[in-house]
Design a protein around this ligand. Structure first.
Ligand code: GLA
Length: 378
């Protein structure tokens, strides 16, 4: 084979070009991109697509049409090194084999409904009891296990994809044909924005959320992550994790995250089994539409996650049920507390608690809610 010979001048020029290209990457924004690829196939033949969103700073989010589920999110650490900070798998088969809602869009109703029952406008509805005696995360085949229709949409300051799913009247026991959408937007300011809407033809409860498991270090347990929750109250639960109805102050309890503290600091005082946080916090509301929900800081990587939401609550779950039986991306074994969730939402079992903010959507009205995840370093 003949190799073209390079003169020393050409080598120097080439090197200079490479160096200046590298410098440009740091200083100058790249063009945001949005691509689509086949991710896998369901046993019945439906193709599942994966959308890859990359912003002007190189931050990348990947979402699949199965469960409108965030499979990867690569954000920089203090040194500018990108790392994947969400738990999940490398392939569709692993998601199909069963998992604790990694990255998924949750619906029709996120979190628990006591005994799988509620009464609306005088009629009693019975849902699957798929979590001990209770109904969890939309039932046996919730929105995390269905195929969503995806379409790229315009975004002012980044790239975006809209996922749409129509749930038939009576699906999983819920009344009304409900069309739900979630738009994932990755902005050039390193924000991952989730904008949800829903419409129904019969009154129904709706409570959509995202179930991403975060690990800002990219591996290991999350007990050292510092968490601040903008919540001075929470909803205590019984031993099946159903709210008692009380709204209690966090002060002088392990639930107090009003000032940042490591997740693991007071966790050992909790009495539940498996031990850890799995509680709904009542967010303190300011006068802004988008309220601060949480700030998380991981000291070694320097990564910071700030969450803003329009929802009244957030379920803080410290990955208590992870037990080392699942092996995820890159062969990582997911042990207890290797990821945490901050599920912005209405309170659990709201349909059975008239004193909680209502989750009922009626025909002619549009359900609309947004949550922003902002990434930075400190
Ligand atoms: C939610 C629940 C938890 C658990 C996880 C999934 O966060 O509140 O109890 O079921 O989902 O394992």
């Amino acid at each position: 084979m003949n190799y073209p010979s390079l003169s020393p001048v050409m080598v120097a020029a080439t090197l200079a070009a490479v160096v200046s290209l590298a410098a440009d990457r740091d200083s100058q924004p790249m063009k945001p991109t949005l691509t689509k690829a086949t991710y896998g196939k369901l046993p019945e033949g439906t193709l599942i697509e994966q959308y890859t969103l990359t912003n002007a700073k190189g931050v990348t989010a990947k979402i699949i049409t199965y469960g409108a589920l965030l499979t990867e999110l690569h954000v920089p650490d203090r040194a500018g090194q990108l790392g994947d900070i969400v738990l999940g798998f490398d392939n569709l088969e692993s998601y199909l084999a069963g998992h604790p809602y990694f990255g998924a869009t949750i619906g029709r109703v996120g979190n628990r409904i006591a005994k799988g029952q509620f009464t609306l406008d005088g009629k009693t509805y019975t849902l699957a009891q798929n979590n001990g005696p209770n109904h969890l995360h939309g039932g046996l085949k919730g929105f995390d296990k269905v195929v969503w229709q995806a379409r790229p949409v315009r975004a002012k300051n980044g790239v975006a994809v809209r996922f749409t799913y129509t749930s038939r009247d009576g699906e999983e026991g819920y009344p009304g044909k409900l069309t739900a959408t979630v738009v994932y937007t990755l902005t050039n300011d390193n924000e991952l924005r989730l904008d949800y809407t829903a419409k129904t033809d019969k009154a129904t409860p709706v409570n959509l959320t995202n179930h991403s498991y975060w690990n800002l270090a990219g591996a290991g347990d999350i007990l050292g992550h510092e968490l601040m929750l903008n919540a001075d109250r929470y909803t205590p639960v019984d031993d099946t994790l159903i709210p008692t109805g009380e709204i209690a102050p966090v002060q002088n309890t392990p639930m107090d995250f009003t000032r940042p503290k490591p997740i693991g600091r007071d966790l050992k005082q909790l009495a539940n089994d498996p031990q850890g946080y799995d509680h709904n916090f009542v967010l303190s509301r300011g006068d802004k539409q988008m309220n601060l929900c949480a700030v998380v800081h991981e000291a070694r990587s320097g990564r910071v996650l700030e969450i803003f939401t329009q929802e009244p609550g957030v379920q803080f779950y410290s990955g208590n049920f992870l037990d080392g039986t699942l092996t995820g991306k890159g062969g990582q074994v997911y042990r207890k507390h290797y990821g945490f969730c901050l599920e912005t939402q209405h309170f659990p079992d709201s349909v059975n608690h008239p004193n909680f903010p209502s989750t009922i959507l009626r025909p002619g009205r549009t359900y609309k809610t947004s949550t922003i995840h902002r990434f930075s370093v400190r």
